[in-house]
Design a protein around this ligand. Structure first.
Ligand SMILES: [Zn+2]
Length: 315
């Protein structure tokens, strides 16, 4: 039987495609609830706000210096108001991390309302429909509150039209030069479901097809990217990762801004589940799938494997 490569070989594979720790961004789940771990995301902790500094220290110890924070509030309401509370879970975590690590850690914050409202949708509902423009106001408030807390980069992920322009002007009005990483092309997919169970959102698949992009419409993906750049995005993102690498390359070739890829929770869950059963070699798949994202042109890769990959990279 063929032997899978040893750790040293993975290290070589990843180095050959140019992957370094500074390309990796580690997601961090910070919660107002007790510590836990979603069954579908083994090894990915949900950290109470009180323990956030030690969680980030464990990331910094691997040599990764960039994190993206997703907040899980204790309570949800119709308007997702905990998302822009000055003392909300993300705002508190950002202040603590900034105080403990200074500029050593680059802090990105997810800007959306889906973890904070009752429906789990990325927009607020008016008459049962996601309402674009009323959501924009809330997203801008969320972004400003994250900037006030000390975020370096805000990452709007709701896919509302005009979200980047609205956030950029709100930040400018308040005098913040905080940069924007736009989730420009978030493709409708069941691959976000493990994240939602970790974030205590509604169970199962929520139909977000009215505002997320279809896999069958690559032209729309490119239009979304172009619009976000025109509206002031400093960096754009495509998610999920593996199924969209042709578009990562197209964006890299066509536009002049850094491109991030999010290797999403479902991609992580599939590898972990198959690895656990011995159906695939987890280490090999981790290395080659992330290498493929780098090869396709990703400047930054957000991955739940970030810490494990850092262990495979040369010092
Ligand atoms: Zn959302």
């Amino acid at each position: 039987m063929q032997q899978f490569p040893a750790k040293g070989s993975y290290m070589e594979m990843l180095s050959t495609v140019g992957l370094r720790r500074e390309h990796l961004i580690s997601p961090v789940f910070v919660s107002e609830r007790p510590a836990n771990e979603a069954e579908s995301m083994p090894g990915m902790p949900v950290t109470p706000a009180a323990q956030i500094v030690s969680r980030v220290q464990s990331i910094a110890d691997t040599g990764i210096s960039s994190i993206i924070i997703f907040g899980i509030p204790k309570d949800r309401d119709r308007n997702g108001s905990a998302a822009y509370d000055r003392n909300g879970v993300v705002q508190t975590a950002v202040r603590k991390i900034r105080a403990a690590f200074g500029r050593q850690i680059s802090i990105i914050t997810d800007v959306c309302v889906c973890q904070y409202n009752l429906t789990g949708h990325c927009g607020l509902l008016v008459k049962g429909q996601v309402h674009n423009d009323s959501t924009l106001k809330v997203l801008s408030e969320v972004a400003v509150s994250h900037a006030q807390a000390g975020a370096d980069i805000v990452a709007p992920s709701s896919m509302m039209d005009g979200q980047v322009r609205s956030i950029r002007s709100a930040l400018d009005r308040q005098g913040f030069s905080t940069r924007i990483l736009s989730y420009s092309a978030k493709h409708f997919s069941s691959l976000y479901t493990p994240f939602r169970s970790a974030a205590f959102a509604k169970k199962g698949i929520i139909d977000k097809s009215s505002y997320q992009v279809s896999f069958s419409n690559p032209k729309q993906t490119l239009r979304e990217i172009e619009t976000d750049i025109q509206e002031g995005a400093d960096m754009v993102m495509i998610k999920p990762g593996l199924a969209y690498l042709d578009l990562v390359r197209a964006v890299k070739d066509r536009f002049d801004v850094p491109v991030a890829v999010q290797n999403v929770s479902g991609e992580y869950a599939m590898v972990k589940a198959a690895g656990k059963h011995g159906w695939i070699d987890e280490g090999e798949w981790k290395a080659l799938s992330i290498a493929s994202m780098k090869r396709a042109g990703a400047d930054r890769i957000i991955s739940y494997f970030a810490l494990e990959l850092a262990d495979l990279l040369p010092e």
